[in-house]
Design a protein around this ligand. Structure first.
Ligand SMILES: [Zn+2]
Length: 72
């Protein structure tokens, strides 16, 4: 399947560690399964995997916000 974002390349099904940055902190989400575009680096995840990744991002944001609260 061609990348729906850029249309420039075929997606590659793979398992990768995805970095996610928030307020200068970086979380690496381990072993994320999905279809990855080699041209624009977009990741297309299946519904279950997408939920897991979204939950990990939310938890990470909460953690970052909690640890930065003293600085506000
Ligand atoms: Zn793409």
């Amino acid at each position: 399947m061609k990348c729906p974002i850029c249309g420039a390349a075929e997606l590659i099904h793979d398992t990768r560690d995805l970095p996610y940055s928030y307020k200068g902190e970086t979380l690496v989400m381990a072993a994320v399964q999905g279809d990855f575009c080699p041209a624009c680096s977009e990741a297309i995840l299946e519904a279950d995997e997408s939920k897991r990744v979204f939950a990990a991002m939310q938890a990470f944001k909460n953690e970052v916000n909690t640890s930065h609260r003293d600085l506000d």
